[in-house]
Design a protein around this ligand. Structure first.
Ligand code: TIU
Length: 234
């Protein structure tokens, strides 16, 4: 099938309609890992209430099923570091308010293994969203998924021009990656229900700042709007 000849699908979105080219639009699922979503992981070690993030799982799964049914490209990312932490800058590992008790840091042992370390149980993607063998999995040392990874090349070889984003957290790894994508020439849409933050006000602010100024970073749409558009596909 030559996806270049298929008409684009129109998603009702903010700040205006998003034109989604079938087959050339990757679903990018950011860091839906136990380390951020479950108790005892990195997110909890930072002092966050991790229960807020679970709400993103079912909407992300709905997107994943829609992309898989159509054979469209899917990318999963994991924030992770090598066991020897050579790819973890001390500035990232040691960040703490002066005078505070040292909390668990990246690489320290926790109930799900070493925090944010590749291969540890806590670093896995949650079972409901586990990648299939033919899906791209990007291990990333930073908040942005393009920094220090082959994500751009993986998208280029698949002919991807547009990105639909899900994942956590909205204002940290999702927003950073959307900004990186924008600068690399991708049109990007974030699905409201499929992203969550430990801070609801930061999620709201992120959605607002992405779409402000005529879509300065990209688009935002509801899950139902994306699924309705995708189902238009012949
Ligand atoms: N702390 C926080 O909100 N997020 C992260 O550290 N990483 C991601 O967003 N994945």
């Amino acid at each position: 099938m030559n996806t270049m000849l298929q008409p684009t699908l129109t998603v009702a979105a903010q700040p205006f309609a998003f034109e989604l080219p079938p087959g050339r639009t990757a679903l990018v699922i950011i860091d839906m890992q136990r380390d951020f979503i479950e108790p005892g992981g990195f997110g909890a070690a930072l002092g966050n209430d991790v229960t807020l993030l679970e709400a993103a799982i079912a909407p992300t799964r709905a997107l994943l099923q829609a992309w898989r049914e159509r054979g469209w490209p899917v990318v999963h990312t994991r924030e992770s570091h090598a066991p020897d932490l050579h790819d973890c800058p001390p500035a990232k590992r040691d960040r703490a308010e002066p005078g505070t008790q040292p909390a668990l840091r990246i690489g320290d042992p926790g109930p799900m293994g070493r925090l944010l370390v590749r291969g540890e149980p806590g670093n896995d993607i949650v079972p409901a969203l586990a990648p299939l063998p033919d899906e791209v999995v990007i291990d990333k040392p930073g908040k942005g998924a393009f920094y220090g990874t082959a994500l751009h090349e993986a998208l280029q070889v698949r002919g991807v021009t547009h990105l639909v984003f899900a994942g956590v957290t909205t204002e940290v790894c999702v927003q950073t990656t959307m900004r990186e994508a924008n600068d690399r020439g991708y049109d990007s849409l974030l699905v409201d229900e499929a992203t969550q933050s430990y801070f609801p006000e930061f999620k709201a602010a992120t959605l607002a700042m992405i779409t402000a100024q005529g879509g300065i970073v990209g688009w935002v749409a509801s899950l139902s709007a994306v699924l309705a558009a995708v189902q238009q596909e012949a």
